[in-house]
Ligand binder design. Structure first.
Ligand code: TMP
Length: 202
């Protein structure tokens, strides 16, 4: 039984989603909500240790999928579900749509296997709102080129990012009531305004 709201942020690496977290937190807090801001992979002590492995060790795409869901299981149990149950708003920088986009869309893990794990780990927990920060692949790659020390995902090819973008847009098309697509290839202030407008409708 959940009473809070679950908001997730998604997009390719370099789409700029994380920049808007403080804006979203401030807007929700201004409405009197308790906000729990978290991320995936990560969000728990074990999850952050798994994140280190996931972002820096090469592994089979299915191993990666299983570890993402192992971290997620822990995250739901110790952070997300308790916060929602007490009426808090949970803001997660990535969630299961990222597994569909990266491990399935870009790396070819069969979507039915991801669905099985999703069913197992989440039961009927789904985000209430997902903001998809969308930028053309060239923009994302340009932004990443100046990143300090790219992780293994950030070093991938343009083809890889093209598959991620397509998979995200497909997820959005399949779940129109949950997703809002934000054109993140604009001035920061304009993107921020779009984010604020969407959050104000909650
Ligand atoms: P971040 O850079 O947005 O913090 O995300 C870390 C990386 O993890 C990012 O490149 C996307 C990747 N990732 C997956 O491949 N699958 C997942 O399920 C999640 C949550 C993240």
């Amino acid at each position: 039984m959940t009473t809070g709201k679950f908001i997730t942020l998604e997009g390719m690496d370099g789409a700029g989603k994380s920049t808007h977290i403080p804006t979203i937190i401030a807007a929700l807090q201004a409405c009197g909500h308790e906000v729990v801001s978290t991320r995936e992979p990560g969000g728990t002590v074990l999850g952050e240790r798994l994140r280190e492995l996931l972002l820096h060790e090469n592994m089979h795409a299915e191993t990666e999928t299983l570890l993402m869901f192992a971290a997620r299981r822990e995250h739901i149990d110790s952070v997300i579900a308790p916060a929602l149950a007490r009426g808090a708003y949970v803001l997660s920088d990535r969630f299961t749509d990222a597994t569909y986009a990266y491990q399935s869309g870009a790396k070819g893990v069969v979507a039915a296997k991801v669905e099985l794990l999703e069913q197992w780990v989440q039961a009927d927990l789904q985000p209430d709102l997902t903001l998809l920060f969308d930028v053309p692949v060239e923009v994302s790659m340009q932004r990443l080129a100046t990143a300090r020390s790219p992780d293994k995902f950030e070093r991938e090819s343009a083809d890889f990012f093209t598959r991620i973008r397509q998979a995200y847009l497909q997820r959005a098309q399949q779940n129109p009531s949950r997703f809002r697509i934000i054109d993140a290839n604009r001035a920061l202030e304009d993107v921020k305004q779009s984010v604020e407008e969407i959050i104000s409708t909650l």
